[in-house]
Design a protein around this ligand. Structure first.
Ligand code: SF4
Length: 435
């Protein structure tokens, strides 16, 4: 059996279709004939552009039935009686306490979306393509390697590697990809959301902690917080009924922490949820962080929030409160205050725009995120705020901070560094074991 670039089966030894680019992927156990992308994804190809889903009714769970009910009530009361600027000032004071040096950090990295094929049909997603869609793709190892080399040439210290839930890719494909990257194009790999790891575990019929252990050993350095959306199951059923539930998302992150990995946490708000849901989300994160810090291995390094971008998704015509600029500032400040066991709060200029991100630096955030050399997920919704590094630095300086490049573990880059310090030793060990 041979699996083609867009993930579905072709006959044994099938030749490339006419007009397909030359096959470049080296011989792999599974994707022997996989080729680079044939058709670039277009706006017209998004599932949301073609399909309208009738808006279900969202009924928020009553506060007393929620985990952390008393704290949710406490913070709701605080939000109700505290003006936004005061919330911001309190968050800014806490930011200053945690980061008194006046630095706002950012990382130079590249997003690499290795595949957009997905079977999970999240209603808020404009990025994915279904199996058999002409615009579904799996990048070849060589294409991923080329993207890494391009990124390293302009100073990238990390790749963020994410894809859809592709049931046609076996675990070995990911393991061999990681080994290939570490062997041929060494760089810090921040990759695979909790729900992608769950899909790998399902396909491999292995427990998720074993899959994480194998990924980590093969070269996965840290894990992004994607796929969290809102960690309240009633909201998840509303926007992504086929995705893992909130408990599973937290369990997978804690399993990654247990084997020493660092991960991040996110919240995508403005999908129809209420403030109680946002609070339940951050309180669950705080409790998970407490457990992980108690174990003394890995933990969450940062929290990042952004608002839902509905264009070209199945939810684009839904009547929901998408959130305002005020909501973004309030959510950023609130996260800084509630998540007192998180060291870093990151802005999302890619979704909010540079000006809003700049203001958020005075509402509790201390990190500008990434100088993304490539971004495909947010830009699939038509939003595109990618900026050159000098502009990012100017924005940080104009807000009264000193910009500084960092690594994934938030250590600042130093002159003379030879790559990311947090994964250099692991890389050297891995090289010793690569045949
Ligand atoms: S958000 Fe991720 S899991 Fe959901 S449809 Fe998009 S690619 Fe698939």
């Amino acid at each position: 059996m041979v699996i083609s670039a867009n993930g579905f089966e072709r006959g044994p030894g099938a030749a490339p279709q006419d007009g397909a680019p030359p096959q470049e992927q080296r011989s792999l156990p599974i994707l022997q004939s996989a080729a680079p992308r044939v058709n670039e994804p277009t706006n017209a190809g998004s599932v949301g552009a073609a399909r309208r889903v009738e808006q279900p009714v969202y009924v928020p769970p009553p506060v007393h039935t929620r985990p952390h009910a008393a704290e949710i009530a406490h913070w709701m009361d605080y939000l109700g009686r505290t003006p936004l600027l005061e919330i911001g000032a309190q968050a800014d004071a806490l930011r200053r306490q945690k980061h008194p040096e006046g630095v706002v950090s950012y990382i130079v990295d590249r997003n690499i979306n290795y595949s957009n094929l997905c079977v999970t049909d999240c209603r808020f997603c404009a990025f994915y393509r279904r199996p058999k869609d002409d615009e579904a793709y799996v990048l070849s190892y060589e294409e991923i390697g080329r993207k890494i080399d391009e990124a390293k040439a302009v100073g990238a210290v990390q790749i963020l590697m994410q894809g859809g839930h592709n049931p046609y890719l076996p675990l070995d494909w990911y393991l061999e990809l990681l080994r290939y990257i570490k062997e041929q194009h060494p760089i810090h790999v921040h990759g695979f959301s909790a729900s992608e790891v769950e899909m790998m575990a399902k396909v491999a019929k292995l427990p998720v902690d074993e899959v994480l252990r194998q990924l980590h050993q093969a070269g996965l350095d840290s894990m992004p917080g994607a796929g969290a959306e809102v960690l309240v199951d009633a909201v998840r059923d509303f926007i992504a009924p086929k995705k893992i539930d909130s408990a599973r998302w937290l369990e997978i992150h804690e399993a990654a922490h247990e084997i020493g990995m660092l991960t991040t946490a996110t919240l995508m708000y403005g999908v129809g949820e209420v403030w109680e849901d946002r609070l339940e989300h951050v309180l669950k994160l705080r409790a998970a962080q407490e457990r992980s810090l108690g174990r003394g291995a890995g933990h969450f390094t940062a929290f990042i929030t952004w608002s839902f971008q509905p264009s070209l998704t199945e939810m684009q015509d839904w009547q929901i409160d998408l959130g305002t600029g005020m909501d973004y500032l309030k959510m950023t400040a609130l996260s800084r205050l509630v998540l007192d066991n998180f060291e870093n709060v990151q802005v999302s200029y890619v979704t909010q725009g540079p000006k809003m991100a700049q203001i958020a630096l005075r509402f509790g955030a201390n990190d500008f995120g990434s100088l993304m050399l490539e971004e495909n997920v947010v830009s699939a919704t038509g939003i595109d705020f990618i900026m050159p590094e000098r502009e990012i630095c100017r924005i940080i300086e104009d807000a009264g901070f000193r910009p500084a490049r960092r690594y994934q573990d938030y250590r600042l880059e130093q002159a003379g560094d030879e790559g990311c310090p947090c994964c250099r030793r692991q890389h050297q060990e891995l090289m010793g074991s690569v045949v």
